[in-house]
Design a protein around this ligand. Structure first.
Ligand code: 5GP
Ligand code: ZN
Length: 117
């Protein structure tokens, strides 16, 4: 059924507690944990507990869960005392999505340039 945990999904395993993660925040519908390969001094992933392959699919099928993810990104930024931060939803392997369970990257603690150069 749509949104159900997937046996082969890394982030569903983190939600279930089957794979350890450094969890910084948890609500009824979301989990936030530190990225294992941080790209900034603060790099936290915020995921919905339901399984959808990317943020677009999540927003279409479960808009309240998508809103909860967005609210959690702000709560994490507040808790991490980030004045400025970037929220990224990689959507598709062509832009580097490697885990196909919707997630927001919350990145902060250093300057960022976009576009580069
Ligand atoms: P994506 O590239 O799909 O947008 O982001 C997936 C993120 O998950 C990557 O930044 C990667 O470092 C992170 N990641 C992959 N495996 C694990 C893991 O086992 N634990 C944690 N905490 N993060 C992971
Ligand atoms: Zn999943």
């Amino acid at each position: 059924m749509a949104g159900e945990p997937q046996d082969d999904c890394l982030f569903c395993k983190i939600v279930a507690g089957h794979i350890p993660a450094t969890i910084v925040r948890e609500t009824d519908t979301t989990v936030a944990f530190r990225d294992i390969n941080p790209q900034a001094p603060t790099h936290v992933l915020v995921i919905p507990k339901v399984h959808y392959e990317n943020a677009a699919a999540l927003a279409a099928a479960a808009p309240q869960a998508a809103a909860d993810v967005l609210a959690a990104t702000q709560a994490v930024a507040d808790e991490e005392k980030l004045e400025s931060y970037r929220v990224v939803f990689n959507t598709g392997s062509g832009v580097g999505q490697t885990v196909f369970h919707a997630h927001a990257h919350v990145l902060g603690g250093r300057g960022m340039q976009w576009p580069p150069g």
